[in-house]
Design a binder for this molecule. Structure first.
Ligand SMILES: NC(=O)c1ccc[n+]([C@@H]2O[C@H](COP(=O)([O-])OP(=O)(O)OC[C@H]3O[C@@H](n4cnc5c(N)ncnc54)[C@H](O)[C@@H]3O)[C@@H](O)[C@H]2O)c1
Ligand SMILES: [Fe+2]
Length: 386
């Protein structure tokens, strides 16, 4: 099998890495940066700090802070307008996955005519836009290193997945110190997102020799540090470990694909505005149990890597321990059930579940799952997670 591996040309990792933003903007010969972020990043002062670091190099900065969590096509078009009006030649994305995805897609639209829906799917972006630098403040989506972005289509109520090498940042600045302020629920949600990226990246039909070591290393780091970061928010070692896990998982899944958890999770986000990591977390144990027969040896390796199973356990026992371990992890991270997070009653949910199953399948991610489900099996899995 031939496999393709895309990551940013420059990845700078470690405490203080975000201070490199000015030097990197200068290296990319920018005269005017568009800083794409959200209102929290402005109010906590981080956007100002990053702007100052860029301005120090004699480069102008315009801030666009109109990104909402789970960004929409409208956020992207507003940002694009600001970019064009100010003649910006470089885009810096600052924040969690939402500002970074929005920043990456504003760049895409500087060189590809709207509508954005033309570019949804795999390898559909013909031209590379203005260069981008991504600075992540959560650990994390891995969006700083992936060629993916998820943008909500407000007309059709679906989350569009845009996957293309022309959607990869030029520079990723991976600075765990920026994650120290994440509250517990955010740490838990994005941390499980990282774990799902790593596990799905490892069991995907497109997993390969380039992605496997990154995925397994990320799984190990999450096992060691996620609960610690959740319980001890100021534990720098745990934050650094989770940031590395997020980075490695991002490099893995973007080059081997996410699978059924993500396929089923996006429709929940699109319809009920549940945070992405949380909608992954509520589905993860049930989808893992369903998928195990398609990749038993790989899931057993995941169980052993996480420390849920012993080396001496046979694969079937290890897989059972994995499902039990993931259920307990959700409890330990105070992650509720699907029924609690969508905040509608079961009858109302059931009127939407068929659309959700079909949208999930249409995204393409379930095709890479160890077992490719039917729409009916997806509906049953939503019910199981309820
Ligand atoms: N492009 C990719 O490869 C990829 C992968 C996974 C998920 N995603 C997308 O990323 C988005 C989710 O991103 P996310 O989970 O990082 O959250 P987010 O960017 O939506 O942020 C959630 C909230 O956390 C706040 N926040 C961010 N950093 C903080 C910090 N350091 N301290 C305190 N608060 C902070 C934000 O201001 C916001 O209010 C979804 O839209 C999802 O679809 C993209
Ligand atoms: Fe994700």
């Amino acid at each position: 099998m031939v496999s393709l591996f895309n990551v940013p040309t420059v990845i700078i990792v470690g405490g203080g890495a975000s201070n490199e933003v000015g030097a990197q903007a200068k290296r990319l010969k920018s005269k005017h940066v568009l800083l794409v972020t959200d209102t929290f990043m402005v109010s906590c002062g981080l956007a100002g700090k990053i702007s100052d670091a860029i301005k120090k190099e004699g480069i102008k900065v315009t801030v666009f802070d109109g990104v909402q969590p789970d960004p929409t096509d409208k956020n992207v078009l507003q940002g694009l307008d600001v970019c064009k009006k100010n003649g910006c030649d470089l885009i810096v994305g600052l924040g969690g996955g939402s500002p970074m995805d929005c920043a990456k897609i504003i760049s895409v639209l500087t060189a590809n005519e709207p509508p954005l829906s033309n570019y949804a799917g795999l390898n559909k972006v013909p031209n590379k836009g203005v260069p981008t630098i991504m600075i992540s403040t959560t650990a994390g989506t891995g969006a700083e290193v992936t060629k993916a972005a998820v943008i909500s289509d407000t007309e059709r109520d679906v989350k569009m997945l845009i996957m293309d090498v022309n959607n990869t940042a030029d520079v990723a600045l991976v600075d765990y110190e920026l994650t120290m302020s994440c509250p517990g629920s955010l740490t838990a949600n994005v941390g499980v997102d990282t774990l799902v990226h790593a596990v799905e990246g490892y069991v995907s039909k497109k997993a390969n020799a380039m992605t496997d070591p990154l995925a397994l290393s990320a799984i190990k780091l999450v096992s060691k540090y996620l609960l610690k970061a959740f319980k001890e928010p100021s534990n720098a070692e745990a934050r650094e470990g989770m940031m590395m896990a997020s980075l490695q998982a991002g490099m893995a899944f973007a080059n081997s694909s996410v699978c059924l958890v993500h396929g089923m999770s996006r429709p929940i986000g699109a319809l009920y505005h549940v945070p992405h990591g949380l909608s992954n977390a509520v589905l993860f144990p049930a989808v893992t149990e369903f998928s195990i027969p398609g990749a038993t040896a790989r899931y057993a390796t995941v169980a052993r890597t996480m420390g849920y199973a012993k080396e001496s356990d046979v694969d079937a026992d290890a897989c059972k321990k994995l499902v039990d371990g993931l259920k307990k992890l959700n409890v330990d991270l105070k992650i509720p059930r699907l029924g609690d997070v969508v905040k509608v009653d079961r009858a109302a949910f059931d009127t939407k579940v068929e659309k959700m199953a079909n949208d999930g399948l249409a995204s393409g991610s379930p095709n890479n799952n160890p077992i490719v489900p039917t729409a009916q099996q997806i509906i049953e899995l939503y019910h199981k997670a309820w």
